[in-house]
Write a protein that binds this ligand. Structure first.
Ligand SMILES: O=C(O)CCC(=O)C(=O)O
Length: 266
């Protein structure tokens, strides 16, 4: 499918699935590395209804290994995101979500429901889920309500909704509009459902994870210019995010290229 087809689907249904977006070898490598991090950092499931009781989540992945640097800049996913959210879109958060056996379904929610904007509205947030294992109805594939991104409200929290499982083979990426009603599924199998949630936001929206504080600057220095921009080290439209008329990249990374402020354009 072409980028345009994916965009049409996001527009019409609120989501799309890119199959064969990445190799099954990479999926296995990511699961192995996330398992290592989980053990090294003694990551345990949270104990709240939103993050789950049998779900292992690891946040701020860009700080935890080079392997994760390819995720935000995936060419097809990023092209779709830049069309949905506009140029200058940012990483909002990058985390893994491993739903364990026995986990119950997460409450249906919209990723943008904290933003006090009348709905429906243009996409301020768009999310993606990388399937590191097959995603099936039985093992907790993300549950979605197609078309719900056009609703004039967010789902009432904790109320059950008719939803479908976004089933997809390992190596696929599910992309959804931040207003789409969705949630993690229940896992009725004896294996974990492994995913990476790569969440983006428009360049004028505050990032969920603070990338400028959360990622050691020595790591950011070696990131590609695209990845640095996605982390918020450049200004949005020559204005938003400046520090005395300098970009975070100039101030924090000592980059030489001066930032052109919107005001100085003739
Ligand atoms: O794990 C999933 O499939 C979705 C999780 C989710 O929507 C969330 O944690 O906000």
């Amino acid at each position: 499918m072409l980028i345009r087809d994916h965009l049409n689907r996001v527009e019409a249904d609120g989501y799309t699935i890119i199959e064969n977006a990445f190799s099954t070898e990479l999926a296995d490598e990511l699961v192995a590395d996330l398992t290592r991090i989980e053990h090294e950092r003694n990551i345990v499931p949270a104990t709240n209804g939103f993050e789950g009781f049998q779900t292992w989540r690891i946040y701020n992945l860009l700080a935890l290994g080079r392997l994760y640097e390819q995720i935000p800049v995936h060419p097809v996913v990023l092209a779709v995101m830049r069309n949905v959210l506009g140029d200058g879109c940012l990483i909002s958060s990058l985390s893994s979500i491993s739903i364990g056996p026995g986990e119950i379904a997460q409450p249906i929610h919209a990723d943008d429901q904290l933003l006090p904007l009348p709905k429906p509205h243009l996409a301020t947030i768009a999310n993606s889920m990388w399937a590191l294992t097959d995603f099936t109805e039985e093992n907790g594939a993300t549950r979605i309500i197609p078309g719900s991104h056009k609703a004039d409200h967010s789902p009432p929290y904790g109320v059950e909704q008719q939803s479908i499982a976004a089933e997809m083979p390992k190596g696929s990426v599910l992309i959804w509009h931040g207003s789409l009603w969705h949630g993690g599924g229940a896992n009725a199998t004896d294996q974990r459902r492994w995913g990476v949630a790569m969440n983006y936001c428009a360049g004028w929206v505050r990032q969920q994870e603070n990338q400028q504080l959360g990622i050691p600057l020595d790591l950011v220095r070696r990131f590609s210019p695209d990845l640095q921009q996605l982390c918020g080290f450049q200004l949005y439209r020559g204005l938003i995010g400046h520090i005395e008329k300098h970009s975070p990249a100039e101030v924090l990374l000592n980059t030489q290229s001066p930032t052109e402020m919107l005001w100085s354009r003739s």
